[in-house]
Design a protein around this ligand. Sequence first.
Ligand SMILES: CCCCCCCCCCCCCCCC(=O)SCCNC(=O)CCNC(=O)[C@H](O)C(C)(C)COP(=O)(O)OP(=O)(O)OC[C@H]1O[C@@H](n2cnc3c(N)ncnc32)[C@H](O)[C@@H]1OP(=O)(O)O
Ligand SMILES: NC(=O)C1=CN([C@@H]2O[C@H](COP(=O)(O)OP(=O)(O)OC[C@H]3O[C@@H](n4cnc5c(N)ncnc54)[C@H](OP(=O)(O)O)[C@@H]3O)[C@@H](O)[C@H]2O)C=CC1
Length: 557
Amino acid sequence: MSAIAAYYGGKSILITGATGFMGKVLVEKLFRTSPDLKVIYILVRPKAGQSLQQRVSQMINCKLFEKAKEICPNIFEKIRPIYADLTKPDLGISKEDLEELLDHTNIIFHCAATVRFDDSLRHALQLNVIATQQLLLMASQMPKLEVFIHFSTAYANCNLKHIDEVIYPCSVEPKKLIDSVEWLDDSIIEEITPKLIENRPNTYTYTKALGEMVVYQESGNLNIAIIRPSIVGASWQEPFPGWVDNLNGPSGLIIATGKGFLRAIKATPRAVADVVPVDLVINLTLAVGWHTAVHRPKSILIYHCTSGSLNPCSWIDLGFQVLATFEKAPLEKAFRRPKADFTTNSFSTYLWNTISHMAPAVIYDFYLRLTGRKPRMAKLMNRMLKTISMLEYFINHSWEWSTYNTEMLMSQLSNEDQKLFNFDVRHLNWLEYTENYCIGVKKYLLKEDMAGIPAAKKHLRMLRNIYYLFNTVVFLIIWRFFIARSQMARNIWYFVMKGSQKNHCTVPRSTKTRRPINSGGETDENLPKDRGLVQGSSCLTSDTGFPLARFRQSTSI
Ligand SMILES: CCCCCCCCCCCCCCCC(=O)SCCNC(=O)CCNC(=O)[C@H](O)C(C)(C)COP(=O)(O)OP(=O)(O)OC[C@H]1O[C@@H](n2cnc3c(N)ncnc32)[C@H](O)[C@@H]1OP(=O)(O)O
Ligand SMILES: NC(=O)C1=CN([C@@H]2O[C@H](COP(=O)(O)OP(=O)(O)OC[C@H]3O[C@@H](n4cnc5c(N)ncnc54)[C@H](OP(=O)(O)O)[C@@H]3O)[C@@H](O)[C@H]2O)C=CC1
């Protein structure tokens, strides 16, 4: 019997952020491995006109929960949604609900956060710091609480190169900052934000670091552990490979690449793409929950959930595999053929953005206008470039995270737990994982049918033909313009043609097409004189068509 699965049996578990990407996988795994758990309280806010119950139904009825529902048919009875808004005082929880939570909760998983990189400091503080503080206060009043697991991020201390499994102090006391933003004007907060976050790229990483400090300061007698995942990607194995349901992290960029919107990105190609599958993160989380509750470590332990130190994969390898997968299983209705170039400086990035991103979008918009439709591609492209500018920091830097605690925990698990709650990233095959990730994005995020692959391939072939046609037209226009007007261009053209002519003729042809020399074909000797400068080639004269004709005209003046 698995010790971890057994631990969660009969427990009342409180989860914040259960409707999010990681929260769903956590709830699913709990029901699948510990179907005898007592209840899962989930803090939910109403959203998009849906009631709490509707949100829960939508969550449980998605494909992710199919296996869990077979194993635990009464999931609906065991999930108790609690109305909450983490930005409100007392987390917006009613008195009755609060009493129930205080009386029964055994375990807390605190997942909820704002993960947006462009959030205002005030909002990010409210969710990632103040809400954490309030939840800790609530937790300290729970007599039956055994463990509190806090989700942070491996990038909370991305201002450092080497990051250990410790809490690093921030330059400003969280409590002082919380007090200040209460009375400071939004415009002033905006002005001081760059100074506060110092050399971090955004308010998200900064407030997650502050959140950790609050956990440390308010921990009291609570039994707490912190999980720090790096870039969380689609599922690796559980409940099935490739599951993903939002655009965060790499998923949005994978779609942008597959659809042919994103064709070049500023990145350090050999830098480590520190992606970790979501099921691996959740397995570690459940193992940490069990270990912290059972062994009650004396201090708060931090667990890095990263891949770079144990099984690194570079951005360029990831990019190649994404392209290889989309060649086999392309996305439907791509804008252009998928391509992934890596630029390394701002100038080439600017050039690529203009030529390879904005220009085709503007041309397409022109076409839409001509056909009486509303132009939209340039706007879409601008939004994508804005998104990329926010993510660029993470693809152009490298970090080293120590994983001592995570490895120690792995060594303490029984063989059965190591299998059931596998978080050993060394077993991950990146080629296979990336392929499943791309297919998962196609199936579960874009809801595309695999039966549509032949049509998608046909569409790509059409795009390729348009590309060739477009390039030929551009070439002809340029050729006509230069060759007709400049002697120097004519000379260069002659020089190039002469060189290529020599090279071309040395390539052996197949015996079927090879003509014997001097056997009545066009050789140097019997070429008509008006062929002027192009003498010397049977290869050239046979298939040059319009360009050569133009060239002949212009050189025979
Ligand atoms: C082959 C090569 C592969 C290379 C692959 C590199 C991957 C390199 C990942 C590094 C990632 C580090 C991750 C740190 C790990 C954490 O600890 S944090 C968790 C990750 N958090 C995130 O990724 C949040 C990033 N997203 C954001 O902050 C906000 O969405 C943005 C980027 C500021 C955009 O904000 P906004 O302009 O208000 O727009 P929003 O309404 O959110 O979305 C606008 C449009 O952009 C789209 N969009 C949103 N997010 C994304 C996205 N990530 N991507 C694309 N489109 C997006 C939306 O679909 C939407 O399109 P429409 O539906 O309107 O057509
Ligand atoms: N995804 C990643 O790559 C990484 C994530 N993490 C951390 O993991 C945790 C989970 O991330 P992830 O699942 O990706 O995030 P998501 O954005 O998918 O989910 C966020 C969750 O928080 C909830 N939430 C947000 N605001 C409120 C609010 N005001 N009141 C109540 N609930 C709210 C959301 O609810 P709703 O559905 O109503 O919006 C949602 O359930 C976070 O702490 C994040 O910092 C760490 C490293 C990487």
